[in-house]
Design a protein around this ligand. Structure first.
Ligand code: NAP
Length: 310
């Protein structure tokens, strides 16, 4: 058996890279496993304007490249692979992919999440070009323009209210005739003069060459189609899907998100979680990197407290 790493970090988004920087700098032997390109969800974000120090705004790609270089400079190793199996309650823990098994004394799950998508034609190609899943990130780009918000839950309604700071008007498109959001949140939205509602409506198709130019809506009652054209933004908040299926039944979860304490400890000793995959209220780069740092420091503390039997 190969010598176990002090820590294997699953995921190389901001949370995983931050954990790698802290673990590497503490001279822990560190392996980062990433299934796709490093960077997670922010790799496709053109401008990150709300991460402290990222001003003038830089692209997600550039920010991630710098984080990754920093992690490597502190000695973290990187490997590409889609983790397909883990054993977390054994010593050492195992992380497997591509037919190879890697061993670790601690594991940090920083596998991230992805916003649920409408799944209509045009959505993928226009993401980042008029279609967004993050009001905090992209709201300011729609200053003075109309925006549409898809969804009827807490996130959609709260983010719609946030978007009224920038947009000339905000229209919530909901597939039913009543909101799922908490009553207190609904009341604030109904009282907001900038917010209106398109009930019993779904988005059928999004069109545009380089940027969102038109949107086809369907009335779910009578099936009529309406086309919205012009310069506008579309924000989609129909739930967040954590990338945690692999850990189901292995660590405690709530609605698919991993439960941690303030030290990022999961229900399994020596296993930590950081970033969007865990239960939390604000999913942003700034909170992901904070989680990653805390998880790495907690992993180091765990190693100090459990110096045997490794
Ligand atoms: P959510 O509560 O699951 O709501 C998702 C909304 O999207 C629902 O209105 C749903 O419609 C709609 N939807 C789902 N799939 C759709 C589709 N394919 N097409 C069109 N509409 C679709 O998700 P969330 O708002 O992201 O909230 C997630 C969790 O975080 C919730 O537990 C929420 O309470 C919590 N949260 C809390 C706060 C807060 O407390 N301030 C803020 C944000 C989020 P239906 O209603 O018809 O199902």
């Amino acid at each position: 058996m190969n010598e176990p790493y002090d820590v294997i970090i699953i995921g190389a988004g901001p949370a995983g890279l931050s954990a790698a920087i802290y673990a590497g700098r503490s001279k822990l032997s560190t392996l980062v496993v990433e299934s796709n390109a490093e960077g997670g969800q922010i790799i496709t974000t053109d401008e990150i304007a709300n991460y402290p120090g990222s001003y003038p705004p830089e692209s997600g790609h550039s920010l991630i490249a710098r984080m990754s270089e920093q992690a490597r400079a502190f000695g973290a190793e990187f490997v590409s692979g889609q983790v397909d199996d883990v054993c977390l309650d054994v010593e050492p823990k195992t992380v497997s992919f591509g037919g190879n098994e890697y061993y670790a004394k601690t594991v940090i799950i920083a596998a991230g999440a992805h916003p649920a998508k409408i799944g209509c034609p045009g959505e993928d190609i226009l993401t980042g070009a008029g279609v967004s899943y993050c009001a905090t990130c992209d709201g300011p780009f729609f200053e003075g323009l109309p925006v549409y918000v898809v969804g009827g839950g807490d996130a959609a309604v709260e983010e719609a209210m946030y978007l009224t700071k920038f947009a000339s008007s905000v229209t919530i498109i909901h597939r039913r005739d009543s909101l799922r959001a908490a009553k207190s949140i609904q009341d604030k939205a109904f009282a907001n003069e900038k917010i209106s509602f398109l009930w019993n409506t779904t988005v059928e198709e999004l069109k545009g060459e380089d940027f969102l130019e038109s949107m086809i809506l369907r009335n779910t009652g009578d099936g009529t189609l309406t086309e919205i054209t012009g310069q506008f933004g579309l924000f989609v908040f129909i739930g967040t899907k954590p990338n945690t299926a692999l850990y189901e039944g292995l660590v405690e979860m709530q609605k698919g998100f991993i439960v941690t304490d303030a030290e990022m400890r999961t229900s399994v000793p020596g296993v930590f979680a950081a970033g969007d995959a865990r239960v939390k209220t604000l999913r942003q780069v700034v909170t992901a990197v904070a989680d990653g740092a805390i998880a790495a420091v907690s992993a180091e503390k765990y190693l100090e407290d459990h110096s045997s039997p490794f």
